[in-house]
Write a protein that binds this ligand. Structure first.
Ligand SMILES: [Cu+2]
Length: 507
């Protein structure tokens, strides 16, 4: 965030940074030397890049793509986007089974995959604020797994972290009352040593929380008509079109050249000439995406990880690191059926073309305002920092406060219902360092500041995962509404596996 300047001679360094995570969701960056300190200027002159993050280096190359060194293929648009099925509750019980199977991702070829209630990905679990729910989880895999509810305000015993292993054939009922507002959350496995591979093979699903307020907002909300989930995952298929995780694995995050959206390769999405809501999840192990439209047109962001923004924010591009979500609205009413319009990434790769047809819904959603009443209070701003975390390292050497994950060690304690300020510093290394998407289980937090400054307006909302660039210090207001042991970790899944994770006990 701090060094914004342009030098063209650092391609080599960027390549070394390799499969790490880089661009974050800050939308308002400019090349600006004026913010540089003297030390930074002298470092620049001496070509000592030791305090630059991967992102700064990429910025110097004029774009932000070098930490995703394997480019994605363009979508040919030959396949209509698949829609995950909606999962209905029976007497408040949702049955969710982890299973293995084969998926026809490529025509006529069976790829071995994992899924929930199916062979790849999972359903959308729809729950309501105030509802008492039971998730009846069942492991039909031939290996242990857990069911983690990412972003859900849930008692620790139901969180599905590494302690909650289900052996093959096991079932577990997770009961809780939904105590959070409308949001797009997700679920995935979290077993020590196998999270990255199980997610890679297809274990991930969505959770939609609805509340009374959200239903009155007039937002596009007809599932599969004007309200679509988009789960972004990059994969590397071998010559037999199989997902060979061990061959593709990178210690700084496994990336691939093939994008699947909702499990569909080469997707297109047919939309009506109207406002359409897209719920974006970066469900990749490590790849970052900066989304934009090929037309350069703006769209509106309406939600962060954990709920609505107070009002829509007009954006031209939006970055998500692994684990992060955002909801956006694109107004297709202003285009013709023949308009060439596609969702692109920061490298101008066509991720998904849109096919425009006649309006499909009755929703008008003309004036969107007052979506939420999120506020950072003066009291929260005045609280002293009570927890300090330092993220450091790459590959197998990643640490938090110089330690690697130990299931038998509690790193922090916090009182239920009490807000504490967590200060997280991403310490650069000799290579510059990399962005870590930092996630805390069992809560939605508020970003108070990034390097002492207000977060961008599109991060003024509930978050459970925050991209922290190398050299950056982020302050969060964190409150747990339930008791239990919760993980905090880097959401580059290979970093998490390599020990960039700790535990907070809430009592
Ligand atoms: Cu990381």
């Amino acid at each position: 965030m701090k060094l914004k300047f342009l030098i063209t001679s650092l391609l080599v360094s960027s390549v070394i940074i390799g499969g790490c995570s880089a661009s974050s969701s800050k939308s308002d960056e400019t090349m600006d030397h004026s913010k540089m300190t003297k030390e930074e200027m002298s470092n620049m002159e001496g070509m000592d890049h030791s305090n630059m993050s991967g992102k700064n280096m990429e910025t110097m190359n004029g774009h932000e793509s070098h930490t995703n060194p394997l480019a994605l293929n363009h979508s040919t648009g030959e396949n209509e986007l698949a829609l995950p099925p909606l999962l209905e509750a029976k007497d408040g019980i949702f049955t969710i089974t982890a299973q293995q199977g084969t998926s026809e991702i490529f025509k006529g070829i069976n790829t071995e995959t994992y899924g929930y209630n199916g062979s790849y990905l999972g359903p959308v679990i729809k729950i309501n604020e105030g509802q008492k729910v039971t998730f009846k989880t069942n492991n039909q895999l031939s290996e242990p797994t857990t069911f983690h509810w990412h972003g859900v305000d849930i008692p620790g015993e139901g969180d599905g972290g590494p302690h909650h292993l289900l052996q093959p054939g096991d079932t577990k009922n997770v009961k809780f009352t939904v105590k959070q507002g409308a949001s797009t959350l997700w679920f995935h496995p979290h077993p020590v040593g196998a999270t990255a591979e199980q997610v890679y093979k297809g274990l991930a699903g969505l959770i939609y929380v609805e509340d009374e307020h959200s239903k009155k907002l007039g937002l596009p909300s007809e599932y599969g008509v004007n309200d679509f989930p988009l789960v972004f995952q990059d994969r590397k298929f071998d010559d037999n079109k199989q997902l060979n995780f061990k061959a593709a694995m990178n210690e700084d995050g496994t990336i691939g050249d093939t994008l699947l959206i909702n499990g569909t390769v080469n997707p297109k999405l047919t939309v009506g000439k109207e406002k359409v809501r897209l719920r974006l999840l970066n469900g990749s192990n490590a790849r970052n995406y900066t989304f934009k439209l090929n037309t350069g047109d703006s769209f509106q962001q309406i939600a962060t990880d954990g709920g609505f923004l107070n009002k829509p924010i007009s954006m031209n591009e939006l970055s998500l690191t692994p684990g992060e979500r955002a909801e956006i609205i694109i107004d297709f009413s202003k285009y013709n059926k023949s308009t060439d319009i596609s969702l692109m990434n920061e490298e101008d790769i066509k991720l998904m073309p849109f096919n425009i047809v006649d309006k499909k819904s009755e929703t008008s959603s003309d004036s969107l305002k007052n979506l939420n009443n999120y506020v950072v209070t003066d009291e929260e701003r005045k609280l002293p920092v009570s927890k300090k975390l330092e993220l450091f390292g790459m590959g197998k050497m990643v640490t938090i406060n110089n330690k690697q994950f130990d299931m038998n060690r509690i790193d922090f304690t916090q009182k239920q219902g009490e807000t504490e300020i967590w200060e997280i510093y991403n310490k650069p290394d000799m290579m510059g360092g990399m962005t870590h998407p930092f996630h805390i289980h069992g809560t939605q937090f508020k970003i108070l500041s990034i390097d002492g400054k207000e977060p961008p307006t599109n991060e003024y909302g509930w978050k459970d995962t925050v991209a922290i660039d190398a050299g950056e210090t982020v302050r969060l207001a964190v409150k747990f509404n339930n008791k239990g042991i919760y993980m905090f970790h880097c959401h580059i899944l290979e970093h998490e596996e390599n020990g960039m994770m700790g535990q907070v006990k809430v009592e």
